[in-house]
Design a protein around this ligand. Structure first.
Ligand code: KOT
Length: 830
């Protein structure tokens, strides 16, 4: 029994001013102290990286103060907490965000300036943690920002990948992948908690035993064990509360296998360490593509088991009993990547804590909520049963038992037919058999949500139809949102300044307040300021493009932006077909009134995704053709910015005039880039897909360039006899660009290079590019017309921003809190 230190001591005056004071001088003192005593440098020998680290530690102390204060409150008031489980996070660089949240950007810049240091230069040193593939990981980070801002008690769990998403280089127009060494200079934002670690078991077999008292228990005898250690990064909300990102790293339990070592087999002794550490070595770089790899299953189980063991420890630490776990924790599953948690919690409760099955199941179901992020069949996780049995034999038994009880219930309580049973079961018996993780997550949760109104409807209509029929109240929608702090305040300081000087600063935590800008939409002075800011942001991006690619882009061109993962359903190649169309028109001399346009692409392709990589090659080939041709290059530019990341995105969004959101309807669950671009004043050209639908509802048809088939029409056409070739025959423009695609002009050294794209579009066209081409061109014609009247365009840009209030991640988190978690924010508490 240790006596706790009086908490007030930690926030006493002396400590406050010395260690966590927010004045310019306090910050300067702390910075120097960190430079000398933490980094161990004198200014003469210090590198810019040392300076960055010294500042990062300075800021981290102040962030920790807020975090510790929040944790104390949660503990004292015994509050209910959200545990967010996600295999991916994309927080972006921390330094500038933490300065903003603490409200110390100005005094820190001044403190650095007094030392002759340019703070902006330090900010640029930071390597961002690329611990995710795209939208799903970034959403998790926006949600963490919002939970901390509003004051939803929370802890976010994930994997500390040693190598995050690969670094993308473009060589000869092709993507090359390099390892992301984000930890090579250390990570000043994290604290290792060596004492917080859990043993994780894999493989082996199970033994069912009845002890002398007649109690039945199951022993899992694994064939390997390793340890997960916690690495904590404090997350600070905007002028708000603290939260924590707790990431697990896999380690060997013993560094050496001593029996092997003693026999002289040094190599084998170290091998175990290497194998253990493999689990958290690298992020799988596939977005919405299931891999079925054993290591991936191990990653998922590893982080889920660590996280659940940690929650149980925290629960018991508060002096509670496990019967009340669901009252104190709302565990949210970010897609099915952590869905094994349903079986793992059952194992912990039933096997380790000897709670009976029914009670355990009740606790489990009440703990979990499941968010589905995609309807793409190739992304729905299934684990082959032989593989699963090899890695998690006890969990297979538990899943069989859950399945058995579920099927019985369906049969005898609900009178389901055999077809229904086989459609809904957790096990798919076809082939070698597999486990349907979306079904496990649905059955094991009390709420299931989609990420936009359309997506949630389609989820109930197709992928989880039978479940929605059975349990209509289990299903709900929470439309995605984005953090206005990161995606305007940090990314677009000029626009932030103008908005704040016009309507005050309340909008940063209550985005609906942007509606006050509506009054200004037609004010010529305001419009001029708005346009000037866009122009400055474009000039800055243009400099960046020149630096990265060597290509000059005139900032007076329209910046047409298409940035996101490269995927056929997102239809970057539809955009390219239009660019080729414009090119051919210029070549024919039909370019009198043509608006000069820069097409800006960025995004990574999964390393094994042939078509996506070919699309990158196509974009760069079109760029090579156009950018060098003096007959066209004052009218058109095509840019592919390599290595898209949160950092780079923050640079691109503020400079966009037009946002391309052109996925085939029914395929993009929500999209969040659409929101980021619109919030920065870009107008959208898009289909009725994902959150575009709701954006258009908010923004109004007149301020949105809509085109293409809707989800129902897509469905209908697919079921009918869709012949993409008909569009080729009937549309002259389409025929011209398709013919050009395989003319060899784009790839003289390999004339057949783009034939796979050509043939797929003409004979199969799964994403209905041919069907939507004409409509896309008609909508684009409206874009050009509107662009011609710059004052009108600017008015629409202002209206776009003014009506984006709904898409704050703060609103999304309020929705999760009231619909799913039943947790009050600190803001709503007495
Ligand atoms: C699925 C499997 C592996 C890795 C990622 C996914 C994934 C990503 N599933 N959905 N997403 C995207 O999630 C975003 C956040 O909800 C959505 O905005 C976007 O439409 C999804 O494609």
């Amino acid at each position: 029994e240790r006596k706790a230190i009086n908490f007030d001591l930690l926030t006493s005056k002396t400590i406050k001013s010395k260690r966590i004071g927010l004045s310019k001088n306090d910050i300067k003192d702390s910075f120097l102290e960190n430079l000398f005593f933490h980094i161990g440098r004198v200014p003469k020998g210090a590198t810019i990286m040392d300076y960055y680290q010294a500042l990062a530690y300075t800021v981290r102390d102040r962030v920790f103060k807020e975090f510790v204060t929040t944790v104390k409150r949660i503990s004292d008031e015994d509050l209910r907490v959200v545990a967010y489980l996600s295999a991916e996070y994309l927080p972006g660089p921390h330094l500038a965000n933490n300065l903003l949240s603490l409200g110390i950007t100005e005094q820190t810049a001044a403190a650095m300036a007094e030392l002759g240091i340019d703070m902006e230069e330090l900010i640029l040193q930071e390597e961002e943690p690329g611990l995710g593939n795209g939208g799903l990981g970034r959403l998790a980070s926006c949600y963490l920002d919002s939970m901390a801002t509003i004051g939803i008690p929370s802890i976010a769990y994930g994997i500390r990948y040693e190598f995050g998403i690969f670094e993308q280089h473009i060589k000869n127009g092709l993507q090359e992948e390099y390892t992301d060494k984000w930890l090579q200079y250390g990570n000043p934002w994290e604290v290792v908690r060596s004492e917080i670690g859990y043993n994780i078991m894999f493989g082996g077999s199970t033994k069912h035993v009845t002890d002398s008292n007649g109690n039945f228990t199951v022993n899992w005898i694994p064939d390997s064990k390793l340890r997960g250690t916690a690495y904590d990064t404090p997350i600070l909300g905007y002028k708000g509360y603290g939260s924590i990102l707790r990431l697990w790293r896999a380690e060997a339990i013993d560094t050496f296998d001593f029996s092997a070592y003693n026999k002289g087999d040094y190599y084998k002794a170290v091998q175990e360490k290497i194998l253990s550490e493999n689990i958290t070595k690298v992020l799988y770089p596939n977005d919405e593509q299931e891999t079925g790899k054993e290591l991936r299953l191990k990653q998922q189980y590893f982080f889920v088991s660590c996280s659940l063991q940690d929650l149980i420890r925290l629960h018991l630490l508060q002096g509670r009993i496990l019967d009340t776990l669901h009252e104190k924790f709302a565990i949210q599953l970010n897609d099915t990547h952590p869905a094994i948690a349903v079986a793992e919690l059952m194992r912990l409760l039933v096997d380790d804590y000897q709670i009976d099955w029914d009670k355990s199941w009740n606790i489990t179901q009440r703990c979990f909520g499941y968010t589905n992020h995609t309807l793409l069949p190739e992304a729905l996780e299934k684990w082959s049963i032989p593989l699963f049995r090899r890695v998690l034999p006890r969990h297979l038994e538990i899943i069989y038992e859950i399945n058995h009880r579920f099927v019985q219930e369906l049969k005898y309580q609900h009178g389901c037919s055999d077809e229904q049973l086989s459609r809904m079961a957790l096990i798919d018996h076809s082939g070698e058999g597999s486990i349907r993780m979306a079904h496990l997550a649905t059955v094991g949760s009390h709420k299931v949500n989609g990420v936009s109104a359309l997506h949630s409807e389609l989820l109930k209509k197709h992928v989880l139809y039978d479940f929605a029929q059975l349990w209509p109240d289990k299903f709900c929608n929470v439309t995605n949102g984005i953090s206005p702090r990161r995606f305007i305040a940090l990314s677009n300081p000029l626009l932030t300044g103008l908005i704040t000087e016009t309507i005050g600063s309340g909008w940063l935590t209550d985005l609906k307040e942007l509606s006050k800008l509506e009054n200004m939409a037609e004010d010529p002075t305001f419009q001029n300021k708005w346009m000037a800011i866009k122009q400055t942001n474009k000039a800055s991006l243009s400099d960046h493009i020149k630096l990265e690619t060597g290509i000059s882009v005139d900032p007076s061109m329209m910046f047409d932006v298409h940035v996101k993962r490269i995927h056929e359903y997102k239809r970057q190649h539809l955009n390219v077909l239009n660019i080729l169309h414009l090119y051919l028109q210029i070549k024919k001399g039909n370019n009198k009134d043509m608006i000069p346009m820069a097409f800006i692409f960025a995004g990574k392709a999964a390393p094994g995704y042939f078509m996506a990589k070919l699309i990158i090659k196509l974009i760069t080939a079109v760029g090579d053709l156009i950018n060098q041709d003096t007959e066209v290059n004052d009218k058109l530019k095509v840019i592919f910015l390599p290595d898209f990341s949160v950092k780079k995105a923050q640079h691109i969004y503020p400079a966009a005039d037009l946002s391309e959101q052109i996925s085939m309807a029914g395929k993009e669950a929500s999209g969040t880039g659409n929101m980021k671009l619109s919030l920065n004043g870009a107008l959208t050209i898009g289909t009725l897909d994902g959150a575009n639908v709701e954006m258009m509802e908010e923004i109004g048809m007149d301020n949105f360039f809509l085109f293409g088939l809707n989800a129902e029409e897509v469905q209908h056409k697919k079921q009918g006899n869709y012949k993409p070739g008909d569009h080729y025959v009937h549309n002259l423009h389409l025929r011209e660009v398709m013919d050009f695609l395989i003319s060899g002009a784009l790839s003289p050294e390999n004339p057949k290079l783009f034939q796979p794209i050509y043939e797929q579009l003409l004979y199969d066209d799964p994403y209905m590019i041919m069907a939507d081409f004409e409509s896309y061109l008609i909508s684009r014609a409206k874009v050009y017309e509107e662009w011609g009247n710059q004052s009108n365009w600017t008015k629409k840009s202002i209206i776009n921003v003014a009506r984006m209030g709904k898409f704050s991640s703060d609103r999304s988190i309020q929705d999760y809190s009231s619909l799913i978690w039943k947790i009050d924010s600190f803001q709503n508490r007495p």
